[in-house]
Design a binder for this molecule. Structure first.
Ligand SMILES: [Zn+2]
Ligand SMILES: [Zn+2]
Length: 368
């Protein structure tokens, strides 16, 4: 009976409780968690910004060890270390065949359902279902996930770093490398320098951007942004961040602007910071009631601006997770620097509170 952090009601503290875990069904695996990052989307479930079926085992950024295989799983083995993908990617549907695995027909439906591919969770309590956040649920000692939501990594890869790849790194790095069309020498703006934004910054650097302007309201986050590759920083609490970006980009605006917060006002700012012919990319998760008012349609036409969403970093997890793991092993990708606190499952409420106050990059739960 694993211990898990369960959100039972919006606005209430997360409860640590024992839950029942059923055996993996066909095509599923049981995983002993090694580590789980605490992501902003976990906070968004607890405060109601991201409405999901309750009660739910939180967490979707995890890594662990396979302890049991369901029927028909032949590409993984007990003892394998894996990164969990919160969009399981089947490799065979319309989107997967077009290298848009982040939109996988099977995985996307599961991720929204609170269950696995058959839309039912494996957790329960007193005979009643306890749902699994994003087809995973990683704030728990053990979970069961679809085998197509697991990507094997080396056994000596640190679990805490592996966990971060599963959401924040894939999302942030992928936004710059997969979704944006960054060219060598480009100027890039990243609004929001939390766990995902820092990865967008290092992704932009990897993609060849020359000027990387980090925008945030917390000075400490701007300092961290420099470690990840920001060449310039703007503290938005000083006012007129858009004007400052224009000053830094020859009066034209940036080639690519990323919004990594999820607020209507900052998405509109990202669009304004983008040059004619440039791209604004939405990476942050807005609440459902946010609607954009961008510009007169004639301006969109004449200015040739693009605005596009970026879900899960536009990632094919089965190729991108091994690539990111290799970049870390080569010393190109920073992961340890993302971890601002290593905690136990019991401390998850503190980690969520720290995140809502805006000070911390990533707390990582480590399981014994
Ligand atoms: Zn996340
Ligand atoms: Zn698919």
């Amino acid at each position: 009976m694993p211990k898990a952090a369960v959100c039972t009601a919006v606005g209430a503290p997360v409860e640590i409780m024992d839950v029942d875990l059923a055996s993996p069904k066909a095509g599923e695996i049981r995983v002993q968690l090694g580590a789980s990052g605490v992501c902003h989307s976990d906070l968004s479930v607890t405060n109601g910004t991201l409405p999901v079926a309750l009660p739910v085992v939180l967490g979707h950024e995890g890594a662990g060890t396979i302890t049991e295989l369901g029927e028909g799983v032949d590409n993984l083995a007990v003892g394998d270390h894996i990164v969990i993908s919160w969009v399981p990617q089947c490799g065979a549907c319309f989107f997967c065949e077009r290298d848009q695995g982040e939109l996988c027909e099977s995985g996307s439906a599961a991720a929204m359902s609170g269950g696995l591919l058959d839309m039912t969770p494996r957790f329960s309590r007193d005979g009643l279902p306890v749902f699994q956040m994003a087809a995973s649920g990683t704030f728990t000692e053990e979970t069961v996930i679809p085998a197509i939501g697991a990507v094997k990594i080396d056994k000596d890869f640190p679990m805490a770093d592996a966990a971060l790849i599963g959401c924040g790194v894939l999302t942030g790095f992928g936004a710059a490398v997969n979704t944006a069309s960054i060219r060598k020498g480009d100027s890039v703006v990243v609004i929001g320098c939390g766990g995902v934004g820092l990865n967008t910054i290092q992704g932009a650097k990897y993609a060849g951007a020359e000027r990387i302007i980090a925008v945030d309201m917390v000075e400490g986050k701007l300092n961290t942004a420099k470690i990840f590759g920001a060449t310039d920083t703007i503290n938005a609490s000083d006012g007129d961040a858009v004007g400052k970006v224009f000053e830094l980009t020859g009066g034209r605006g940036a080639d690519v602007a990323f919004e990594v917060i999820g607020l209507g006002a900052t998405i509109e700012q990202a669009f304004q910071m983008t040059r004619r012919g440039g791209q604004a990319i939405i990476v942050g998760v807005p609440s459902f009631d946010v609607t954009l008012t961008l510009m007169p349609a004639m301006d969109l036409l004449v200015q040739e601006k693009q605005i596009r969403g970026c879900w899960y970093g536009g990632s094919n997890v089965h190729t991108d997770v091994p690539k990111l793991a290799r970049l870390y092993q080569e010393g190109t990708l920073l992961l340890d620097e993302l971890i601002s606190a290593r905690i136990t499952l019991d401390q998850v409420n503190d980690a969520l509170a720290n995140m809502s106050s805006g000070e911390i990059a990533r707390s990582v739960i480590e399981y014994k």
